[in-house]
Design a protein around this ligand. Sequence first.
Ligand SMILES: C[S@@+](CC[C@H](N)C(=O)[O-])C[C@H]1O[C@@H](n2cnc3c(N)ncnc32)[C@H](O)[C@@H]1O
Ligand code: SF4
Length: 382
Amino acid sequence: MSDTPGGFGLYVHWPFCAAKCPYCDFNSHVRRAVDQLRWRDALVRALETEAGRTGGRRLDSIFFGGGTPSLMPPETVAAVIETAGRLWRPAPDIEITLEANPTSVEAGRFRAYAGAGVNRVSMGVQALNDPDLRALGRMHSVAEARTAFDIARGVFDRVSFDLIYARMGQTPEAWRAELRAALAMAVDHLSLYQLTIESGTRFADLYDLGKLRIPEDDAAAAMYDVTQDECDRAGMPAYEVSNHARPGAESRHNLVYWRYGDYVGIGPGAHGRLTLAGGRIATETLLAPEPWLDAAGANGTGIVRETPLSGEEQASEYLMMALRLTEGADIARHAALGGEPLPGDRIAELAEEGFLVHAGSRLRATAKGRIVLNALLARLLT
Ligand SMILES: C[S@@+](CC[C@H](N)C(=O)[O-])C[C@H]1O[C@@H](n2cnc3c(N)ncnc32)[C@H](O)[C@@H]1O
Ligand code: SF4
């Protein structure tokens, strides 16, 4: 049992990639050279500083996200895991995930990551056909992704992969066939994201110029339905908007976020949520890699902002996170955090329309509700 409501996790952001994908607005950067020793020291130092206020707690999960953490030297991954294990109390079944790009170079490091303590890999496969991988600007082929995936399966107990659907020119039928192939390949967890045109990306520029077309809303919604249908049938139902797992194989780290647990965020652009003696705070670090590195050297964390969260803010955040999960939100916890009573008439209306289910103290969004979650929350919270 975790000693923090919702669990306690550590997020480590590695901001570097071999190339920038044209759809991606994550905090990821291409650099010719990275001063690996300085980065390792800065990450370790950030952990030590953060542990000053949360040290000794039971640690349920560590997640190396990016960027491309599979470009990290295994020694850096080992140093972070070893330091975290010294500063907090790792749960006996701690989940340690590393996001990996599925190229042969990265697969060559899998054993060393496992040796460092990583026990779960999440791979960015993105598509199961080569022309679409090229259109997404990816550096791997399907064959290479499959080989990397097989290597990962041989090394780690738990392996997940990501696909992006509702891609340029994709039809619901084509997605169904691809998803079936993915489900045949999957172990026990899949992340299936609908392509989003994020502002500031190359795809956004092309889209604005009319040079990139994505499926219309109706077709995208049909692909979401196909996703629920195929994954349900394969025994890997959604447990969150975009995440599917065999029961029991859900990502514990993701659950920490969505169950509104506490997490320390280190590395550039990392966010954290911490419950301290004085209340709950949101933390945010410097976004750009080199300024973060300089600041982490100076103040030990690179944190630029710490915001106290009022009870009302915590309650809204909790609802926004928890309704992403199929298990939904606990109305009693919403109230205990400081939320105003939720409007019974709106809940009844949304339930009548098939977006929500209200049973006892639990409020759950249906599959139809989860796809329009922001609109649903707007009706619930205003
Ligand atoms: C931090 S990224 C990936 C990690 C790794 N660098 C990779 O690309 O394989 C996490 C996931 O977000 C998804 N993603 C990123 N940008 C997206 C977008 N614009 N629309 C949909 N999914 C996106 C991709 O599936 C990606 O694997
Ligand atoms: S999708 Fe992954 S590899 Fe591509 S730029 Fe984003 S973080 Fe880097």
